[in-house]
Design a protein around this ligand. Structure first.
Ligand code: AMP
Length: 210
């Protein structure tokens, strides 16, 4: 099964992707997490990406296409995968197609900008392992500490309100056109965001007929 999670920043792509990943026993590939790790480790890709990320801008397509090609070539992707946060532009989607990659479904989580802005303020991110939490909707057991690895939980720089506004603008301009792109290919599965994570998961599974 090859899936794409589409949706605005903070729509719940990572959360739902992780649940699907466990259920289907296939990895989730998050370009955001790969890039944050690269920034943290000071790799050449990280150095290239950092200023774009801090400003809430998209990292150039060539960088992303390189990262994804490398990751999808790894052994654990053989039986399928879930892409989270990629493709984010038509050029990235075309590059995947040109590499002969055919997706089974594209789950598009639909949520209003207002709800996103409210939600992002409470989002927390583990600096060590990349796990995400929410102070109200999905809190860690101990405040500020990652359940999975004990790392420190922080508000991402790009989750700060002014940057979130800009990221939403980028989403509408650059990423939302992907809905038409995949609709034309007959694989778009829109899912309305629900009041709880569990209810959204149910809606996602329904949309995928699993
Ligand atoms: P995310 O964690 O998916 O919200 O990504 C955080 C940031 O990483 C984005 O705001 C972009 O700067 C960058 N990024 C992640 N994935 C992509 C992508 N597919 N194309 C361009 N930039 C990306």
């Amino acid at each position: 099964m090859k899936l794409i999670m589409l949706g605005a920043p903070g729509a719940g792509k990572g959360t739902q992707g992780a649940i699907l990943s466990e259920k289907l026993a296939i990895p989730t590939i998050s370009t955001g997490n790969i890039l944050r790790a690269a920034v943290k480790n000071g790799t050449p890709v990280g150095l290239q990406a950092k200023s774009f990320m801090d400003a809430g801008k998209l990292v150039p397509d060539e960088v992303i296409i390189g990262i994804v090609a490398e990751r999808l070539a790894q052994e654990d992707c053989r039986d399928g995968y879930i892409l989270d946060g990629v493709p984010r532009t038509i050029a990235q989607a075309e590059a995947l197609e040109q590499n002969g990659i055919v997706f089974d479904a594209v789950v598009s989580i639909e949520i209003s900008d207002e709800e996103i802005e409210e939600r992002m303020e409470g989002r927390r991110f583990c600096h060590s392992c990349g796990a995400t939490y929410h102070v109200k909707n999905a809190p860690s057991k101990v405040e500020g500490v990652c359940d999975k690895c004990g790392g420190a939980l922080e508000l991402r720089d790009d989750d700060k309100p002014a940057t979130v506004k800009h990221r939403l603008e980028v989403y509408h301009a650059e990423t939302e056109p992907l809905k038409d792109f995949y609709e034309q290919r007959g694989i778009l599965r829109p899912v309305d965001n629900q009041p709880t994570i569990e209810a959204t998961t149910k809606a996602v599974l329904n949309a995928l007929n699993i």
